[in-house]
Ligand binder design. Structure first.
Ligand code: SAM
Length: 188
């Protein structure tokens, strides 16, 4: 994930207020949040309590950080409309039921709240898409459940968000996983 670090600020730096980060991982986004952020709540099934670099990133954050070891495609323990922003970075690919997770993310966002994301997904080049579809079953078995062919923009819209902006860009690495969707969506 380190090689993606230069792409994080553009997405993470737009967050403000009370932030929910789904797929918090090892906290690599923490240093990219701006002074507009009041707190970050990280949700991830991976347990990272006591892991040195993660604890250090949390200690160094200039705002309170909470972590919960949970799957976001199950009911989240937050009231509806609790957060100003939800953030995901390279996470929707790994959530088994990404539609259920998006529905929960939408539920816990305030009306008018923003969902900020950068995710890899379905390419636009037909030849690459064919390979993504062909290899996805084996890829996801080998790469801890990572799916390479999800149409991120459509999935976010179908979850009831309004897309304010989406850029598609080519990141680093193999073309099967380099097509990125970077966007801002609103909870309408
Ligand atoms: C490729 S990593 C990205 C981590 C982090 N967002 C980053 O940018 O460095 C994908 C993350 O999604 C998390 N994840 C997998 N299934 C999940 C689920 N059902 N709900 C929430 N997070 C999940 C994984 O544990 C992992 O931390």
């Amino acid at each position: 994930m380190r090689m993606m670090d230069d792409l994080r600020p553009e997405t993470v730096g737009r967050a403000h207020g009370e932030v929910l980060e789904i797929g918090f991982g090892t906290g690599r986004n923490l240093r990219h949040y701006s002074s507009e952020v009041r707190s970050v709540w990280g949700v991830d099934p991976m347990v990272t309590h006591g892991v040195g670099p993660v604890e250090r990133r949390i200690d160094e954050a200039p705002f309170p950080v909470e972590r919960t070891s949970l799957r976001a495609d199950h009911r989240l323990p937050f009231d509806a409309g609790r957060f100003d922003c939800v953030v995901t970075t390279w996470t929707l690919c790994s959530i088994p039921d990404e539609r259920a997770a998006l529905a929960e993310m939408r539920r816990v966002l305030k009306p008018g709240g923003r969902y900020l994301f950068i995710e890899h997904g379905r390419a636009r080049v037909e030849r690459i898409v064919r390979w993504q579809d062909r290899l996805n079953p084996i890829w996801s078995r080998l790469a801890e459940g990572c799916n390479i062919n999800r149409p991120i923009d459509r999935t976010v819209e179908q979850a009831g968000f309004e897309l304010t902006s989406v850029d598609e860009l080519e990141g680093k690495g193999p073309r099967l996983v380099s097509h990125l969707y970077r966007g801002v969506a609103s909870r309408v």
